[in-house]
Design a protein around this ligand. Structure first.
Ligand code: GLU
Length: 505
C-alpha cells in the first residue's frame, strides 16, 4: 500500500491560530496512526502578507505541542525545499504548461481597470466575475490577436496567468468529511495562478507542491472548501492523480455564534493562540497563561473529533491510536474555555509535587520569596487539588509567605468570642512547649488540650485560622501551623491578639 503522506501548510502571515494548530494536530495524528509521514510546508508566496517571525512562531508552536514534522523547513527531507519562496522558480513552468494546453491564459488587465469593473458592477447591484461571461471582452491572450499579446509579453508588459474555468460544467467533488459535493463552474471565476511579481498564487503552488511532495491526503480547514473545485480541475488539467481531501469543521465562538476569531480571545478573556505573540499587536498564548501542552493538545483533539466513547483524557500516543477521520464532525465545534481549564486542572494533578514546586518557585522568586523545594513540595501538596494553574497556587498560599496585615471583619464579628483571647493565649503555651511541630503532633497536642479544658473545637480553630490567615480560608489548620513553624505561628497569634484584641460584638 502507498505510504500516507500529509502536510500542514500554513502561511506565515501572523501568529498561528488554535484552529491552525488543530489542523496540524489532526494531520499529525492521521499520519502517525497510518505509520505515514507528516510534512511542514511553509506557504510564503504572498509576499504582501508575509510577517517576520511568523514562521518561527509556527515551528515553535508545533514543537511545544509535541507535533514533530518528519519532513519540513527545519528537518529537510527528500522533497525539499519546504519553503515555497525557495521553490519559486519551479512554478512558472507549470502555469505555462496549462497555457499551452489551453487550460490557462495570459491576462494583461491592469488592477485599476478590474477595480473599475468591479465598482460599476457593484453599483448595479451585481458582482463582477472574471470568467467565460466576460473574458472575451477583457485584455487577455484569448481575446487579443496572437501577435498583439505575444508582443505584450516580449515588451514585458505585466501579466498574470489565469485558469480558464470550463463553461457550465458540474464538478463532482468528494470530501472524506463532507461527502459528495457538486459545484457548477459558472459560479466560479478564472482564478489567478501566477502573478505579475513572478510568484505563483496559493492555488498553483499548493497543488503543484502537493503533487511533487506526493501528498496522499489533504486535511485542512473548512475555509478552503471553496477552493476545492479549482483544485480538482487543476489536477485534471495536469492529468495528475488526485489526493483525498478532508475539510475540517470550523472552530466556533463559545456561544456557537460564528467562527472563533483572532479578536475573540481578548474580548472573552482566553487566548486564541498557542504561544504569546510578541510583535506589533501582541497576543496572549496558552503556554504563557500556564497551560500544559498535554492539556492544550487534549482539549484541541476533541474540538471537531470524538473517540466514540465517554473517554476524554488522551495522551498524544493514545490519540494516535484512536484517531480516525470518520469521527471528525461536519458541524462546527464550539470552543469552551471552561473545558480548557478543566483539562489543565486534570494534567496539573498528574504532575509530581516536586515538578510543581520547581515551577512555583519561579513565581515566588519573581515576588522576592526564596524557599527550598522540599518546603514548597509540602505546600503544593496542600493546595494542588484546588488549582488549575501553577500561578493560582499563589492565590491559595499567599498567607504562608505574607503574615496577615488585616483581618476579615465579617469573620471577626462571627468568630471572635469574648473568651477567644484567653483561649489563644492558652493555645500559645501548648504550642510553645512542643518540640515536634509536625501536623500530627500539633494536632494531637491541641486537641488534647481542648478536650481537657472542655472547649469547643470549632470556636478555637476558627479564631486560630483568623489570626494565622486573616480570613476563613486555606488548607487544614495543622498543616498551616506546621509549615509556618513555631516562631511564626506564635508571632501571628500575638499579633492577632494585639490587633483584634478584645473585640466586642
Ligand atoms: N497556505 C494555506 C493556509 O494558510 C494552506 C491551505 C491548505 O492546506 O491547502 O492555510
Amino acid at each position: 500500500m502507498q505510504q500516507v503522506r500529509v502536510r500542514f501548510a500554513p502561511s506565515p502571515t501572523g501568529p498561528l491560530h488554535i484552529g491552525g494548530v488543530r489542523t496540524a494536530l489532526y494531520n499529525y495524528l492521521f499520519a502517525k496512526k497510518q505509520k505515514g509521514i507528516f510534512i511542514l510546508r511553509i506557504e510564503d508566496t504572498d509576499r504582501s502578507r508575509f510577517v517576520n517571525g511568523a514562521e518561527e512562531y509556527i515551528t515553535e508552536s508545533l514543537k511545544w505541542c509535541g507535533i514533530k514534522p518528519d519532513e519540513g523547513v527545519l528537518e529537510g527531507g527528500p522533497y525539499g525545499p519546504y519553503r515555497q519562496s525557495e521553490r519559486k522558480d519551479l512554478y512558472r513552468q507549470y502555469a505555462e504548461k496549462l497555457v499551452e494546453k489551453g487550460d490557462a491564459y495570459y491576462a494583461f488587465d491592469a488592477p485599476e481597470e478590474l477595480e473599475l469593473l468591479r465598482y460599476s458592477a457593484e453599483k448595479k447591484g451585481q458582482t463582477f466575475t472574471y470568467n467565460s461571461s466576460v473574458r472575451d471582452k477583457l485584455k487577455n491572450s484569448l481575446s487579443l490577436p496572437e501577435p498583439e499579446w505575444k508582443r505584450f509579453i516580449r515588451e514585458d508588459k505585466p501579466y498574470v496567468i489565469r485558469y480558464k474555468m470550463p463553461v457550465n460544467e458540474d464538478v463532482n467533488l468528494d470530501d472524506l468529511i463532507r461527502g459528495h459535493i457538486v459545484v457548477n463552474t459558472d459560479t466560479l471565476d478564472d482564478k489567478v495562478l501566477f502573478k505579475s511579481d513572478g510568484m505563483p498564487t496559493y492555488h498553483l503552488a499548493n497543488v503543484v507542491d502537493d503533487y511533487l511532495m506526493k501528498i496522499t491526503h489533504i486535511i485542512r480547514g473548512e475555509e478552503w472548501l471553496p477552493s476545492l473545485p479549482l483544485h480538482f480541475l487543476l489536477y485534471r488539467s495536469f492529468a495528475w492523480e488526485k489526493p483525498l481531501f478532508a475539510h475540517l469543521p470550523l472552530l466556533l465562538k463559545p456561544d456557537g455564534k460564528g467562527k472563533l476569531s483572532k479578536r475573540d480571545g481578548d474580548k472573552m478573556g482566553f487566548p486564541v493562540f498557542p504561544l504569546y505573540w510578541p510583535y506589533g499587536e501582541t497576543a496572549r498564548g496558552y503556554r504563557e497563561e500556564g497551560y500544559y501542552p498535554e492539556a492544550f493538545v487534549n482539549m484541541l483533539s476533541l474540538l471537531g473529533w470524538n473517540p466514540g466513547t465517554e473517554k476524554e483524557i488522551f495522551s498524544m500516543d493514545e490519540l494516535i491510536n484512536v484517531f480516525s477521520l470518520d469521527r471528525v464532525h461536519k458541524a462546527g465545534s464550539r470552543f469552551d474555555p471552561e473545558k480548557a481549564r478543566w483539562f489543565n486542572h486534570h494534567y496539573l494533578q498528574q504532575k509530581s509535587n516536586k515538578q510543581l514546586a520547581i515551577e512555583f518557585r519561579e513565581i515566588l522568586r519573581a515576588k522576592g520569596f526564596h524557599h527550598d523545594i522540599i518546603q514548597l513540595e509540602t505546600l503544593v501538596d496542600l493546595v494542588k487539588e484546588r488549582v488549575s494553574f501553577v500561578k493560582d497556587i499563589w492565590d491559595e498560599t499567599d498567607f504562608f509567605f505574607i503574615a496577615p496585615k488585616a483581618y476579615d471583619s465579617e469573620v471577626i464579628t462571627k468568630r471572635w468570642k469574648p473568651e477567644t483571647p484567653e483561649h489563644l493565649k492558652g493555645l500559645k503555651e501548648v504550642l510553645d512547649e512542643l518540640s515536634d511541630f509536625t501536623p500530627a503532633a500539633t494536632e494531637q497536642a491541641v486537641k488534647m488540650w481542648i478536650t481537657q479544658n472542655g472547649y469547643h473545637t470549632g470556636t478555637i480553630m476558627n479564631a486560630l485560622r483568623l489570626v494565622l490567615v486573616g480570613a476563613s480560608r486555606g488548607p487544614h489548620i495543622f498543616n498551616i501551623i506546621s509549615w509556618l513553624g513555631k516562631e511564626e505561628t506564635l508571632n501571628r497569634i500575638d499579633r492577632g491578639l494585639t490587633v483584634i484584641g478584645n473585640h466586642s460584638r
